[in-house]
Design a protein around this ligand. Structure first.
Ligand code: HEL
Length: 349
């Protein structure tokens, strides 16, 4: 358990920094051994001027990848597949490289090209071109396979949304249900995540939610309201909608061993170095903080929505922070400061 108590002053300073760098609104929630700290700064909606609250729902982007991983690891626990199975054993003909395994997908070590690099090379026009589109998993995979592999299976870490689209294909094939049903039956309902939904291809966010604002490329600070999109480019790689409370509940339950067997959680926490202070396991990020505490969770970036959601190794303290802007590195770089405030109790420089 982290030594220092959460520092709400530093937490609020980090949220205010997100606003100073261009986000209309930001929120954070710390759950610390049953005690909740809830903070919010700025607006959820620039049109109506509604203030954002810590209870607002939002698109969580790639934090979805941990939900997808948990479902597959539960299927491993049930003996339905093995992590070292070749993907093509369960999806015959899906991948040209028969060496790619389930573990490679979940560890971002398959070498499969990330099709979003093509889709979103031009931020706003790329988004407008797909925001109302509905893709099949196969269409997204074909976008990836149209490009050369970025490495060999089991080689270097290389983040790719494609891996978690294929993971979604595995879930649907092995469970006979949709990924949305699998999330609901295996995670959302058991944990009573009342604010969490898999929304695809509907474009509306259910209930009280923050709007999301995509920042245009270049020096301009013009914001595009990106709230309504099918998120079909993302699906099992990024289409879940949730809240800070639910994500804290989810990651705390995961690290407490409530969602998978101990053996599978151990495999999830086997790290590939991303850099000197970060590792990637299976659908799970590790970040080493300035005070010597390591925290576990995931990050997300979907048009208009930046999310950080991490918990302590024993799951007793969790923080989720969110800003309703994207394509803005200065805003994104304020969110790690919420981890320092929540777990180290300091206002990291
Ligand atoms: C690795 C990330 C950051 S990117 C990856 C995934 N999000 C995407 O792949 C969408 C990228 C385009 C988003 C868009 N940017 C552009 O279009 C830039 N041209 C914007 O900022 O709204 C997610 O979520 N992950 C984040 C993660 O895991 O933290």
């Amino acid at each position: 358990l982290p030594a220092a108590a959460p520092d709400p002053v530093a937490l609020r300073a980090a949220l205010r920094s997100a606003l100073a760098n261009g986000a209309p609104g930001a929120l954070a929630r710390v759950d610390d051994n049953g005690r909740a700290h809830r903070l919010a700064e700025g607006l959820a909606d620039r049109g109506t001027k509604r203030a954002i609250t810590a209870e607002d729902r939002f698109r969580i982007g790639s934090v979805t990848k941990t939900f997808t991983t948990v479902v597959l690891l539960q299927l491993v626990d049930e003996g339905v597949l093995k992590l070292d199975d070749p993907v093509v054993k369960h999806l015959p003909g899906a991948l040209p490289d028969k060496r790619i395994t389930v573990r490679h997908l979940l560890g971002n070590r398959s070498g499969l090209y990330d099709y979003t690099n093509t889709l979103f090379a031009r931020t706003v026009s790329g988004f407008e071109a797909v925001r109302n589109k509905v893709f099949t998993h196969r269409q997204l995979l074909d976008l990836s396979l149209a490009k050369a592999a970025t490495g060999s299976p089991g080689g270097a870490y290389a983040y790719s949304n494609t891996n978690f689209v294929v993971a979604g294909m595995l879930i649907e094939k092995l469970t006979g249900t949709s990924t949305g049903t699998a999330y609901r039956e295996r995670i959302i309902t058991p944990l009573k995540l009342a604010d969490t939904f898999y929304v695809h291809p509907d474009t509306a966010l259910p209930g009280k939610h923050s709007r999301g604002y995509l920042t245009s490329d270049g020096s301009g600070t013009s914001l595009v309201d990106a709230t309504r999109q099918t998120a079909s480019w993302a699906q099992s790689a990024g289409a879940i909608i949730s809240s800070a409370r639910d994500l804290n509940t989810f990651f705390s339950a995961l690290l407490r061993g409530e969602l998978t067997s101990a053996a599978r959680l151990t495999q999830m926490r086997r790290w590939t170095a991303v850099n000197s202070t970060q590792g990637y396991g299976l659908g799970l990020r590790r970040r080493d903080l300035s005070c010597g505490v390591s925290v576990y969770g995931h990050t997300g970036a979907v048009q208009g929505y930046y999310t950080y959601s991490f918990t302590s190794g024993d799951g007793k303290r969790s923080v989720t922070s969110f800003a309703n802007a994207s394509n803005n590195a200065a805003v994104l770089n304020t969110l790690p400061r919420t981890l320092e405030a929540a777990f180290c109790g300091t206002q990291a420089t």
